[in-house]
Design a protein around this ligand. Structure first.
Ligand SMILES: *Cc1c(COP(=O)(O)O)cnc(C)c1O
Length: 379
C-alpha cells in the first residue's frame, strides 16, 4: 500500500462485527470475561481499547514501526518515553525543542535524577563530544520549533547506534507524510497529534512509535503503568483527522510556498526560517530526508516595526498557540510558546523578540496574502 492509501486503510480501518466503514467508538472501561483466569484480548481500557488500538495501529503503519501508542497529549507521550530511563542516566537533547519539552526536562525530569546536556544537534561533532559513560539517548526535533533548524536524522541515528544510544525524534512538524525517522534509523518517534495529525484544532493527543519489538513491549508496559492514555472519543477523532493528512499537507505546502515568496520579496521582513528556503544552510539535508517542506514558517519583522501592531492588525490569521490545523494561526514565540524559557537562553538560541511564527492553513492563499500585506502596512 502506498502512503496516501495507508492513511485511509492501514491499521484497523473498519468494524469487523458490523461492516461499518468506520471504527466504532468503544466507550467502555471494562469487558466481560468468558472464563476465570483466561487471557481475554481486552480486559480494561487503560490497558487496551479497540478504538485506541485502531489509531495506534494506524500510526504504527504510517511510521513503518512495529508498535504504536496513543496518549492523552504529546507531552504525556514524551513523558512516558523519558520514563524508559532511570535516575543517573544522561540524555543529549536538542537545544531548540518545544517549550513544553524544555519545561518537562528542566522542572520535572531533572528533579527525578535524569541528566541532560543540550546540544545543537545540527553539529554532529558536538553531539559526539557530549556522549558520556551514562548517556542513553539522543532526543531531537527536526524541523525545530520555531527556527526550523534541520538535523541529519540518519547521521545522528548512526552515532546513536555506534554508542548504544536510543535516537528519539519528535516528528510533529513534519508528520510521516513528509519524513519517516524510523526509516532513517531512529528508534522512537513521538508526536503531538494535537497538531497536523489531528489537523482541526479540536483535539489534544500524543503518539509514539517504535521500530524494535522489545522496546515496544517496554513502552506498552509504561503506557499501562503510568496511564496517560488517549480516550476512545479522541482516538476516533484522531483517526478521522489522519485520513485527510495527505490532502491537507499538500494544501498547507502550496500556501506556505506562496507566503514564503511574498515575505522574501517584502522589505519589512528580516530573517525567514522555512525548510523550503533553497539558500538556507540546511537545505541539502532537507532534500535528503524530507519529502516536502511543510506548513510552518517563521520570520522576523525589521527593527523599528511593531510586532504587536502587526499581529493585532491581522483579521483572518488568528492569534493563537498551537499549529498544524486547517486554519492559519500566528504567534510570537518569545511571549507565547517559548515564554517559559529564560530570556538569556532564548536569545542565545536565536528566538528574538521580533520573531513571528506562522502556521499556514489551507484557506484560499490570496486571502492570506492580503491579510499579511495589510498588517505589514500597519506595523
Ligand atoms: C505541541 C507540541 C508538543 C506537545 O504536545 P501537546 O499535545 O501540546 O502536549 C510537543 N512537541 C512539539 C514539537 C509540539 O509542537
Amino acid at each position: 500500500m502506498k502512503f496516501n492509501t495507508k492513511l485511509i486503510h492501514a491499521g484497523i480501518s473498519q468494524d469487523k462485527a458490523t461492516g461499518a466503514v468506520n471504527v466504532p467508538i468503544y466507550q467502555t472501561s471494562t469487558y466481560k470475561q468468558q472464563e476465570l483466569g483466561g487471557t481475554p484480548q481486552y480486559e480494561y481500557s487503560r490497558t487496551g481499547n479497540p478504538t485506541r488500538e485502531a489509531v495506534e495501529k494506524l500510526i504504527r503503519d504510517l511510521e513503518n514501526g512495529t508498535a504504536g501508542f496513543a496518549f492523552a497529549s504529546g507531552s504525556a507521550a514524551i513523558h512516558t518515553i523519558f520514563t524508559l530511563f532511570s535516575a543517573g542516566d544522561h540524555i543529549i537533547v536538542g537545544n531548540d525543542v518545544y517549550g513544553g519539552t524544555f519545561r518537562l526536562i528542566n522542572s520535572v525530569l531533572k528533579r527525578l535524577g535524569l541528566q541532560f546536556t543540550t546540544v545543537d544537534t545540527r553539529n554532529l561533532a558536538a553531539v559526539k563530544d557530549a556522549i558520556k559513560g551514562n548517556t542513553k539517548a539522543i532526543y531531537l526535533e527536526t524541523p525545530t520549533n520555531p527556527l526550523m533548524q534541520i538535523s541529519d536524522i540518519a547521521a545522528l541515528a548512526e552515532i546513536g547506534h555506534q554508542n548504544k544510544l536510543l535516537t528519539i525524534v519528535d516528528n510533529t512538524f513534519a508528520t510521516p507524510y513528509i519524513q519517516r525517522p524510523l526509516d532513517l534509523g531512529a528508534d522512537i518517534v513521538v508526536h503531538s497529534a494535537s497538531k497536523y495529525l489531528g489537523g482541526h484544532s479540536d483535539l489534544v493527543a500524543g503518539l509514539a512509535v517504535v521500530k524494535d519489538k522489545e522496546l515496544g513491549q517496554k513502552i506498552g508496559y509504561l503506557q499501562n503503568a503510568i496511564g496517560g492514555i488517549l480516550g476512545p472519543q479522541d482516538s476516533w477523532l484522531l483517526q478521522r483527522g489522519i485520513k485527510t493528512l495527505a490532502v491537507r499537507m499538500k494544501a498547507h505546502e502550496q500556501n506556505t510556498q506562496a507566503i514564503f515568496d511574498f515575505l522574501h520579496a517584502n522589505d519589512k521582513i528580516g530573517k525567514i526560517y522555512y525548510p523550503g528556503d533553497s539558500e538556507a544552510p540546511d537545505y541539502k539535508i532537507v532534500k535528503k530526508q524530507m519529502n516536502g517542506f511543510g506548513g510552518m514558517i517563521s520570520f522576523e519583522l525589521k527593527k523599528g516595526l511593531s510586532v504587536k501592531k502587526f499581529i493585532e492588525s491581522l483579521k483572518l490569521i488568528t492569534l493563537a498557540e498551537s499549529l498544524g490545523s486547517v486554519e492559519s494561526l500566528v504567534e510570537v514565540p518569545a511571549i507565547m510558546t517559548h515564554g517559559s524559557i529564560p530570556e538569556k537562553i532564548r536569545l542565545e538560541n536565536g528566538i528574538s523578540n521580533e520573531l513571528v511564527r506562522l502556521s499556514v492553513g489551507i484557506e484560499e492563499v490570496s486571502d492570506l496574502l492580503a491579510d499579511l500585506k495589510n498588517a505589514l502596512e500597519k506595523a
